[in-house]
Write a protein that binds this ligand. Structure first.
Ligand code: PMP
Ligand code: GLU
Length: 385
C-alpha cells in the first residue's frame, strides 16, 4: 500500500498533455501544440558552448549542494541589476529547476495542519506540493471580471491562525496576469499583519509585454525578511531541460532548504550550472529577440481570439499563456481538451488542473504559422460544439 501523502497527489496535467502532444507529433501526426509550457526556441549557442566547455574541462563532479560560487554571484548580480534586490551568496540556493525551489520551500516552511494561500487559477503543482508537505492548500478564487487580479482584502479575509504562507505568481501561469506594484504593496501589508511567509514565483519575470512585472520584494522592501523569490533560467533562456532554478531569501530559510537538498538531490547538474552562468552573464540579445517574438504572438493571439464568438478571456500581459473560458460550449475542460485533440489535432491544457473547469489554457510558445493554424482550428472547433 502506498502512503497517504502520495495517494492524495495527482499526476501533472501540464506534463501529461505536453508529452501526449510530443508523442503524437513523433508518430507523424500534424498536431498543433497549444499546450506547450516551454519556449519553442532552442537554447542560445553561447550557452550550449559553455556546457560543452564544462564537459571537456572535466567540470563533471559534485559541486556545493546549493550551487557554485560563480553561479551564485551571477544570480546575485542579476537580482540586483534587474530588481534592485541585494542578496549575499549565502541567501541564494540553486535548485534543480524552479520547481524544486518551491518544493523545498514548502517542505521547510509548513507543518501538518498549516494552511497555504494559493490564488486561483493557480499553477498545477502548487496545491500538490502543499499536500506533499502535509499542509492544506486554500484556494483564493479571483474573478475574470476583475482581470483575475488578486484582492488584498480577500487575502486578509482568508487568513486563519493556521495560515502560514502566501504563494504569488506574477506573471501568472495560466492567466498571464501581472500584479501591479500597488497591489503588491497592499499584499505585503497583509503579509505583515497576518505574519505570513511569501513565496514569490517570478519564473516568468523576464516575459512581460508592455508592462513591468515588479517583484513584491522590490516594491515593499519591508517584507524582504519574509519573502523568498523563486526564479530560474528555464523560461527566459529557453533552458527548461537543463533544470536550473533558484531561491533567494532570508538565510535561515535558505539554510534549511539547503539541508533538505543535501539529503535529496544534492547539487543541480554541474554542467548545467556552467551553462546558467553563461546565460546570466553573457549577451542578452537572444533573450530580447525572444521576448519581442512572444510579444508579437501575444498581440496576434489576442486579436484572433477577439474574433471568435462564444468564448471570453482576460488579455495576458506576461508569460506565454492565455486562459480562455469555453463554458458556452456546454463542455467541461477535460472532455473539451480531449475532443479538441482527437478531432482537431490541437493540444490545449484543460483548466481543471489549474482549479478552473470552465477554461482551457492556450500557449503561444509556438511558431507563427502553427499558432495561426491552431487558432483557426480552435475557432472551427468552437463553432462545431
Ligand atoms: N513555476 C511556474 C509558474 C511554472 O510555470 C513552472 C514551469 N515549469 C515552474 C515554476 C517550474 O519551472 P522549472 O522548469 O524551472 O522547474
Ligand atoms: N510549467 C510548465 C507548464 O505549466 C511546464 C510543465 C510543468 O512543469 O508543469 O506547462
Amino acid at each position: 500500500m502506498l502512503n497517504q501523502r502520495i495517494q492524495a497527489v495527482k499526476a501533472s496535467p501540464t506534463l501529461r498533455f505536453t508529452a501526449l502532444a510530443k508523442q503524437l507529433q513523433a508518430e507523424g501526426k500534424q498536431v498543433i501544440n497549444l499546450a506547450a509550457g516551454e519556449p519553442d526556441f532552442d537554447t542560445p549557442d553561447f550557452i550550449k558552448a559553455a556546457a560543452v566547455q564544462a564537459i571537456q574541462s572535466g567540470f563533471t563532479k559534485y559541486t556545493p549542494t546549493t550551487g557554485t560560487p560563480d553561479l551564485k554571484a551571477a544570480i546575485a548580480a542579476r537580482l540586483l541589476k534587474e530588481r534592485g534586490l541585494s542578496y549575499k551568496p549565502e541567501q541564494i540556493a540553486v535548485t534543480c529547476g524552479a520547481k524544486q525551489a518551491i518544493y523545498n520551500l514548502l517542505m521547510v516552511l509548513v507543518e501538518q495542519g498549516d494552511e497555504v494561500l494559493i490564488p486561483s487559477p493557480y499553477w498545477v503543482s502548487y496545491p500538490e506540493m502543499v499536500r506533499l508537505a502535509g499542509a492544506t492548500p486554500v484556494e483564493l478564487r479571483t474573478d475574470p471580471k476583475n482581470g483575475f487580479q488578486l484582492d488584498p482584502a480577500a487575502v486578509a479575509k482568508a487568513c486563519t491562525p493556521r495560515t502560514k504562507v502566501l504563494i504569488l505568481n506574477s506573471p501568472s501561469n495560466p492567466t498571464g496576469v501581472v500584479l501591479s506594484a500597488d497591489c503588491l504593496k497592499k499584499l505585503a501589508q497583509v503579509a505583515r499583519e497576518k505574519n505570513l511567509w511569501i513565496i514569490s514565483d517570478e519564473i516568468y519575470s523576464q516575459l512581460s509585454y508592455g508592462t513591468d512585472s515588479p517583484s513584491i520584494a522590490t516594491v515593499a522592501p519591508e517584507v524582504m525578511d519574509r519573502t523568498i523569490v523563486v526564479d530560474g533560467v528555464s523560461k527566459a533562456y529557453a533552458m527548461t531541460g537543463w533544470r536550473i532554478g533558484y531561491l533567494a531569501g532570508p538565510k535561515e530559510v535558505v539554510d534549511a532548504a539547503s539541508r533538505l537538498q543535501d539529503h535529496s538531490t544534492s547539487n543541480p547538474t554541474s554542467i548545467s550550472q556552467k551553462a546558467a552562468v553563461a546565460a546570466l552573464t553573457g549577451d542578452q540579445s537572444p533573450i530580447h529577440e525572444m521576448v519581442k517574438e512572444f510579444s508579437w504572438r501575444r498581440d496576434f493571439l489576442v486579436k484572433r481570439l477577439k474574433s471568435i464568438e462564444k468564448i471570453s478571456f482576460v488579455e495576458p500581459h506576461g508569460a506565454f499563456y492565455c486562459f480562455v473560458d469555453i463554458s458556452a460550449s456546454g463542455m467541461k475542460s477535460d472532455p473539451f481538451a480531449e475532443k479538441f485533440l482527437k478531432e482537431s489535432l490541437v493540444a490545449a491544457i484543460p483548466g481543471s488542473g489549474f482549479g478552473w473547469d470552465s477554461c482551457v489554457r492556450l500557449s503561444f510558445a509556438l511558431g507563427r504559422k502553427d499558432l495561426e493554424e491552431g487558432l483557426n482550428r480552435f475557432d472551427q472547433f468552437i463553432r462545431s460544439v
